[in-house]
Write a protein that binds this ligand. Structure first.
Ligand SMILES: *Cc1c(COP(=O)(O)O)cnc(C)c1O
Length: 367
């Protein structure tokens, strides 16, 4: 068997030890006589799995006691609708639009607000500049009475990451709701600064379909009266995320990833590796006149690194030769073009070293 270095933006590579353990436990989970996929979600075995997963996630993120952890379904995109249903409460919400994902979240919230009442405003947008940076200090038109303010702290398509939340957002009692799908668990985060954090699992947590929500408990119970119960955060919290059958296998794999992260030394340790991986690739891009990265240096993502070949006619050759070298899923998002290397937690430093070596060699042969 030979595994490639997989730079997919998502579903993305998982840590190999996690896949091996899942394979080993596929037919018989620790003497249960059946696999996790075949267990009752109400049984004591799965109860232990979900409890361990939550407690490991709490430890990794240092989640304060007044926050609830929910394991939900429907991906991050479903949250785009679920957030205004639960939190708008007839008021006004602010959206910071810094890339494809926060733009989608804004559009979906506009649709929901039109249906249930309330208002959705854009507090700042970098769309006119092609989503190459974050709003500069002072341009944010934040409403101090908003029901919540939504932002995406790592824009997976455009490669823009918030490294300094305090510098971006003025201090305010308005709950901040953050889509952290593509950089959750890549670095420590001050959860108390947020009203709610959510993340689709398939980037840095586990299988797609699962979405992890961390929500401050005073934000529960504000849902629009017509909210379906499976979409109501309070109903889900009251039922331990098991109002209906949860995505049990995805939660189990997520739990293995949390254990793997703890074994790596936690988020500070994985952050140090992520910084090194990103620096290696950005330093190479900056020194090259064959390739180009176009994101403002202060908000370059450590997880998703888009880049262009200056001669775009070489794109197909680049992808084909990379594939030959065991480096896959490097094609950029169609809205940005060029290439994108997604280097989540599960991508080892060796994978980034192999990519840079390939890119150097490709440039030497085609430059
Ligand atoms: C991938 C992604 C999403 C969408 O996730 P789905 O699970 O496909 O709904 C939303 N936001 C961000 C930042 C993403 O990276």
């Amino acid at each position: 068997m030979s595994r490639v270095y997989n730079f997919s933006p998502g579903p993305a590579a998982l840590p190999e030890p996690v896949l091996r353990q899942a394979a080993e436990e596929m037919l018989d989970w620790r003497g249960a006589g059946c696999g996790v996929m075949e267990m009752s979600h109400r049984g004591k075995e799965f109860g232990a799995i979900v409890e361990q997963a939550e407690s490991d996630l709490r430890a990794l993120l240092a989640i304060p006691a007044n926050y609830r952890v929910l394991f939900l379904q429907g991906g991050a995109t479903q949250q785009f609708a679920q957030i205004p249903m639960n939190l708008l409460a007839g008021g006004s919400a602010d959206y910071v639009v810094t890339g494809a994902w926060s733009a989608k979240a804004d559009r979906e919230a506009q649709r929901i607000a039109a249906a249930i009442g309330g208002r959705v405003r854009v507090a700042a947008s970098t769309e006119a500049g092609g989503f190459r940076g974050l709003p500069p200090p002072g341009v944010m038109d934040a409403d101090p009475t908003a029901s919540y303010l939504h932002l995406c702290t790592n824009e997976t398509v455009h490669g823009v990451e918030v490294h300094d939340l305090a510098g971006l957002l003025p201090a305010s009692p308005v709950p901040v709701v953050a889509d952290m799908s593509s950089h959750i668990l890549s670095r420590p985060v001050d959860v108390a600064r947020y009203g709610m954090i959510y993340a689709g699992a398939q980037k840095n947590i586990g299988p797609s379909g699962l979405v992890v929500v961390v929500i401050r408990d005073d934000l529960l119970g504000r849902a629009w009266a017509g909210t379906p119960s499976v979409l109501d955060y309070k109903a889900m919290a009251d039922n331990g995320s098991m109002l209906n059958t949860p995505p049990t296998y995805a939660i189990y794999v997520a739990g293995l990833v949390f254990q793997w992260l703890k074994a790596q030394g936690g988020l500070a340790a994985i952050e140090a590796i992520n910084i090194e991986k990103a620096r290696l690739l950005y330093d190479f891009l900056d020194a090259s006149d064959f390739y180009d990265n176009f994101v403002e240096a202060s908000c370059r993502s450590r997880m998703n690194i888009p880049f262009l070949l200056r001669d775009e006619r070489l794109n197909d050759a680049f992808l084909a030769e990379a594939r030959e070298a065991g480096l896959v899923q490097l094609k950029g998002h169609k809205s940005v073009g060029g290439m994108r290397a997604s280097i989540y937690n599960a991508m080892p430093l060796e994978g980034v070293q192999a990519l840079v070596a390939f890119m150097r060699d490709f440039a030497a042969r085609h430059g």
